[in-house]
Design a protein around this ligand. Structure first.
Ligand code: NAD
Length: 454
């Protein structure tokens, strides 16, 4: 059993604290947000994350975890101190390190015994050296080591991602400290990569940038498919069967969002540009992501005409299913743009409506997808929650003013929905194909004209 202190109880910190407690360790979580502290102490999770609340309660009851705003209650006796505070983006695209700085200083001031301080927040390359310096200034000659341990969990499956990670990355100039952190993770039985500090920090950014690149790549292929009459879903399936490519992160849609990809790609771009590099691929990834969202709106206007005075139903608000996180959600850009253009929005999300209300006050929030459909001129599927995968289309059609569905996540088969009497548009599919056995000879130039006509 180790004594662990976790600073910051957001999506990463709370999962880290609760699951290390569940592995039998003694965990103290430090949180400065009093509202969150109150919720946590009552055994509730302030975030929606499947399975987390039950684990929280179990470990609170067993006395293995506690929550406080007092660094002196957690840091002095800790073998390991995890820093898991947020690193949002600054206006210029760089990572805002004010929370990391405050946390590092407070940890430094509270240090008493030798401890390993582990940076789990996603931080620009070189931050580990800076954090070491900050702590040294506060802690004087008390011994400590800093290890970078970037986090790869995904919201929505954070509990199982923590329990079964693909790998543990540990970066440090102090190999012995990195080995101690590796040992702490031993029950997870995951491969461990020990590197220097800066390399570990870079592995996190490079991983997120690569995943975002795959999403923008398939979205670019989707818009080409729309023009040339291919189905991007089948294209992705065909590509993904190739072991060199693999099937993941090849879902065309309305782009990536959330608290990580947008800010991390931008921060890496900013770091690269500041270092005199020319990150042109990262720029393209961000441009495509922005265009993907906007072209979804254009697609709606192509089907519906001017949206002024129209009622648009939105199914799904969270940036992805199984979370209530609204940070950089596509729904925000789409709803704000449609509202600016004069549309009225009705929306439903199984868990994110409370969080959404703060960002999107003009939306009429509904209790079910069928309430959303009432008098709607079109329905947009924005988040691929499971409960949107088997909608009763007859019922929807009875409620809607016009039977128009725009499926931003390609949940449905276009032919099936069209057969139910809807005008359906997915992403990168659904373009009419020329009839089989046509007598007319078609040249490659004609084909491009046929497919561009939609
Ligand atoms: P978050 O904003 O949800 O949580 C951060 C928490 O830290 C908040 O509760 C805040 O009140 C608290 N905090 C801030 N300053 C503090 C201080 N000085 N002392 C104590 N508590 C303090 O953030 P998050 O989504 O958990 O992300 C944390 C870090 O992990 C970020 O760098 C992020 O990029 C990275 N990350 C996030 C995810 C994810 O899916 N959310 C995945 C991998 C990595």
């Amino acid at each position: 059993m180790k004594k662990i202190c976790v600073v910051g109880t957001g999506y990463v910190g709370l999962v880290t604290g609760v699951l290390f407690a569940d592995l039998g360790n003694d965990v103290t979580c430090i949180e400065i947000d009093q509202r969150k502290l109150g919720i946590l102490r009552s055994g509730k999770s302030p975030i929606y994350e499947p399975g987390l609340e039950e684990l929280l309660r179990r470990n609170l009851d067993a006395g293995r975890i506690r929550f406080t705003d007092d660094y002196d209650a957690g840091v002095p006796n800790a073998d390991f101190v995890f820093i898991t505070v947020g690193t949002p983006m600054n206006d210029d695209g760089s990572a805002d390190l004010k929370y990391v700085e405050a946390a590092a200083r407070s940890v430094g001031r509270a240090l008493r015994n030798p401890s390993v301080i582990i940076d789990k927040s996603t931080v620009p390359v070189g931050t580990g050296d800076w954090v070491t310096d900050l702590i040294k200034r506060e802690a004087g000659d008390k011994p400590f080591a800093v290890v970078s341990n970037p986090e790869f969990l995904r919201e929505g499956s954070a509990v199982t991602d923590f329990q079964r990670p693909d790998r543990i990355v540990l970066g440090s100039l102090d190999h012995e400290a990195a080995e101690k952190v590796a040992e702490l993770h031993a029950p997870l039985q995951a491969p461990v990569h020990i590197t220097d500090l800066r390399t570990a920090e870079m592995i996190k950014y490079a991983s997120n940038a690569f995943l975002a690149t795959r999403i923008s790549f398939i979205n670019e292929i989707a818009s080409i498919c729309e023009q040339l009459g291919a189905d991007v879903k089948e294209v992705a399936r065909g590509m993904g069967a190739d072991k060199r490519i693999g099937p993941h992160f090849l879902d065309a849609g309305i782009g990536y969002g959330g608290s990580c990809f947008p800010k991390d790609v931008l921060a890496l771009h900013h770091m690269a540009a500041s270092a005199g590099c020319h990150p042109q691929l990262l720029q393209a990834v961000m441009d495509i992501n922005r265009d993907t969202r906007m072209s979804f709106i254009t697609k709606l206007e192509n089907v519906l005409g001017d949206v002024r005075g129209k009622t648009i139903g939105v199914l799904g608000l969270a940036f992805k299913p199984n979370t209530d996180d609204m940070r950089e959600a596509a729904s925000v850009t789409i709803i704000e743009t449609l509202t600016e253009r004069g549309a009225q929005i009705r929306a439903y999300d199984p868990v994110a409506m409370e969080a959404a209300e703060k960002l999107l006050p003009d939306v009429l929030y509904c209790a079910t997808p069928y309430d959303v459909a009432k008098s709607a001129d079109a329905l947009l599927i924005v988040t691929e929650w499971n409960e949107f995968k088997q909608l009763d289309f007859e019922r929807l059609k009875r409620f809607m003013r016009r039977p128009i569905i725009l499926d931003g996540r390609n949940i449905y088969d276009p032919a099936v929905i069209e057969a139910k009497g809807f005008t359906y548009r997915g992403v990168g599919r659904g373009v009419p194909r020329p009839a089989r056995g046509s007598e007319v000879e078609i040249t490659p130039e004609d084909l491009i004209e046929v497919y561009s006509a939609d």
